[in-house]
Design a protein around this ligand. Structure first.
Ligand code: SF4
Ligand code: SF4
Length: 211
């Protein structure tokens, strides 16, 4: 049962999400070491996709940390300046570094608290309806690391233990169904997480003031 104070409630949920992130990171590190699969050095190309979707729950650890550090207004500014773009406001592009236009350098400004998909993309599988395991990775890895990609496919077909996206998503949703099931474009999910934190903070101040 969750505690009654909204902020304690938030802390419990946020810690539960972080616990799953640690499990994901450990499983991905294991998968990488078994398959030698890697990202291209300095690459952040997948962060430039306007189609990334996450749940609000996945951003609770980040927005809680920023709220505690009085940095929510900075985050809101970053969301605002991104205008109509659906690219993640946390992405910091660093320019094109290769003749191949698709190869961009860039980085996540909040890498340690990035959402679930950002941890899993490239190095995990989805289970199809007929239980087939399909590796979810990018065309850059497929093109530049062909041998490693093939090794990863062989590993998946010869083993039963590897990171499965669906399983972690299910574990997350159990923490809070209202925040952890519906997927939004990443910028919207981040903005909704900010709203959630602010409404929780408002509720907390009213409770303290006895309103
Ligand atoms: S998953 Fe692919 S596109 Fe994304 S950072 Fe790694 S190499 Fe780049
Ligand atoms: S949260 Fe970070 S890793 Fe995920 S899309 Fe945004 S910049 Fe990329």
């Amino acid at each position: 049962m969750f505690p009654r104070s909204p902020f304690l409630h938030l802390k419990v949920k946020s810690n539960a999400v972080l616990k799953i992130y640690r499990e994901v990171d450990r499983d991905i590190a294991n998968f990488k070491s078994k398959t030698s699969l890697r990202c291209l050095p300095g690459c952040g190309h997948c962060c430039e996709s306007p189609k990334i979707e996450t749940t609000v729950l996945e951003f609770l650890p980040l927005v809680s940390k920023l709220h505690k550090a009085n940095r929510i207004s900075d985050l809101k500014k970053r969301i605002d300046v991104s205008g109509n773009s659906n690219i993640c406001p946390l992405y910091l592009p660093a320019g094109i570094v290769s003749v191949r236009a698709a190869q961009h350098k860039g980085m996540c400004s909040e890498y340690g608290l990035r959402p679930l998909l950002c941890r899993l993309y490239g190095f995990s599988v989805v289970r199809t309806k007929d239980s087939k395991a399909c590796l979810v990775t990018c065309s850059l890895i497929k093109d530049f690391y062909k041998a490693r990609y093939q090794k990863a496919l062989r590993f998946i077909s010869n083993n039963s233990v590897f990171p499965v996206m669906n399983n972690y998503a299910l574990k997350l949703s159990v923490i809070d169904f209202s925040l952890g099931i519906k997927q939004y474009p990443i910028k919207e999910a981040l903005a909704r997480a900010v709203e959630y934190i602010e409404s929780t903070a408002g509720f907390n101040s009213m409770a303290k003031a006895g309103v």
